[in-house]
Design a protein around this ligand. Structure first.
Ligand code: HEM
Length: 400
């Protein structure tokens, strides 16, 4: 059996990662953690993996799963079901294990298809152009572009009318704060927001049952497969999840990607030449989601380390993406990198359901931004998000 490394250096590195400096640039700390060992233990007992092979194994191992409901009490969340913000998360795909996960994922996958995503292309192109039109000479890129684009695209997908979208953006933002950190303060805003989102989606579902359209909500309410269908509760949780999981992450892909591109202007022609490969590399280089967590459901072994049921494991996928064991010269942005499949969308059964949609948005947005705003540049005053899990910016001033 291999050793789990516990040391003062590990504790110090993990602590530093949560400081403003660590969040600004976690990659040096990740490098040191990867060198120290395949599996390290944090002060609170959590086991942490930072190398590519081990992170991929954590994502794919079926004996690891989402924290079962009975363990939530140990995490101080015994009353989770009474908080609308937590209920919507822990009962969604992101919070459950097979067989429930398998069933729900099958029901949504057959409606949220690649064809449906591709059908959003013309509307997404229009939204990109409209947002660029409104950007002016200088603005904060986050509220002007990176935030509304994904929100509008998911709204379009689900069938939320344009006039309701702005209000919806803010509600979902307050709600999805629980994906970062669950504190009483976060919950005091997240709970009413989650409740309002659910009520709105319930009214939309009722409307689409009466008069179906071409949107995903109509597909979900009408969908039946092998005699099975989503219950009303599952439907509302699923529709809410598409927002919660989908739009801040994509917002941060757009912001992190813009910063990376503006830092490497010599590579802009490669972005315009092959946006799909470029976006893949931007996702690897500075991922909007830096880690995923699992709990051992059965005994299992990863990197020669034995995991017992109940062990909590965090895989630092943001570090895996910079592992020299997997990528040549990993700290270099190379939009033409040939073998750049990363762990930014996770892996295994929870692999991101919205990956094709996030990719489509970024592939359309970046070439158009640089084509229409050749003088686009960063201005002073950028502020990072206060989170290590969701990496991105709260404020990102730009000029053109
Ligand atoms: C760049 C943007 C995005 C990133 C980096 C991202 C990342 C991720 C990651 C890492 C996971 C796996 C979590 C885990 O294993 O615990 C995940 C799951 C998920 N994502 Fe995304 N995501 C993005 C955009 C989206 C979009 C646009 C949508 C929906 C419209 C979406 C919907 C989901 C859903 C529903 C899941 C749960 C899948 C499951 O558990 O079976 N994501 N995402």
């Amino acid at each position: 059996m291999a050793d789990i490394v516990e040391s003062r250096e590990v504790s110090a590195l993990l602590r530093e990662l949560t400081t403003a400096a660590g969040r600004e640039d976690p990659y040096g700390h990740y490098m040191r953690l990867r060198e120290i060992g395949a599996v390290v233990r944090a002060d609170d007992g959590t086991l942490i993996v930072t190398r590519f092979a081990e992170c991929a194994a954590v994502a794919r191992d079926h004996k690891l799963g989402k924290m079962p409901v009975e363990l939530l009490a140990h995490a101080g969340l015994a009353d989770w079901a009474e908080h609308p913000a937590l209920y919507g998360y822990f009962t969604s795909l992101l919070g459950i294990n097979p067989p429930d996960h398998t069933r729900l994922r099958r029901l949504v996958s057959s409606s949220f298809t690649a064809r449906r995503v591709q059908a959003l292309r013309p509307a997404t192109e229009r939204m990109v152009d409209d947002l660029i039109d409104a950007m002016g000479d200088s603005c904060d890129f986050v509220p002007a572009f990176a935030f509304p684009l994904p929100c509008n695209v998911i709204s379009e997908l689900l069938g939320i009318p344009p006039e309701d979208r702005a209000q919806f953006q803010h509600l979902v933002s307050d709600w999805s704060a629980v994906l970062d950190d669950i504190t009483p303060e976060v919950l005091s805003k997240a709970n009413p927001a989650a409740k309002a989102v659910r009520e709105y989606l319930a009214a939309l579902a009722t409307e689409r049952r009466r008069r179906p359209r071409e949107d995903l909500m109509s597909a979900l309410v009408g969908h039946e497969e092998a005699g099975d269908r989503l219950t009303e509760d599952e439907l509302l949780t699923m529709a809410g999840l598409l927002f919660a999981a989908g739009f801040e992450t994509t917002t941060n892909l757009l912001s992190n990607g813009l910063v990376a591109l503006l830092g490497h202007p010599e590579q802009l022609p490669d972005m315009i030449g092959d946006p799909a490969s470029a976006v893949q590399e931007l996702l690897r280089y500075d991922s909007p989601v830096q880690n995923i967590d699992r709990t051992a459901l059965e005994p299992t072994t990863i990197a020669g380390v034995h995991f017992e049921p109940g062990d909590r494991i965090v895989a630092y996928t943001g570090s895996a993406n910079r592992d020299p064991r997997r990528f040549t010269d990993p700290d270099r942005l190379d939009l033409r990198r040939p073998d750049n499949a990363s762990l930014s969308f996770g892996g295994g059964m929870h692999y991101c359901l919205g990956a094709p949609m996030a990719r489509l948005e970024a592939e359309l947005a970046f070439p158009r931004l640089f084509e229409r705003m050749p003088g686009l540049h960063l201005r002073d005053g950028a502020r990072r998000r206060e989170s290590l899990t969701i990496r991105g910016f709260d404020v990102l001033p730009v000029g053109s």
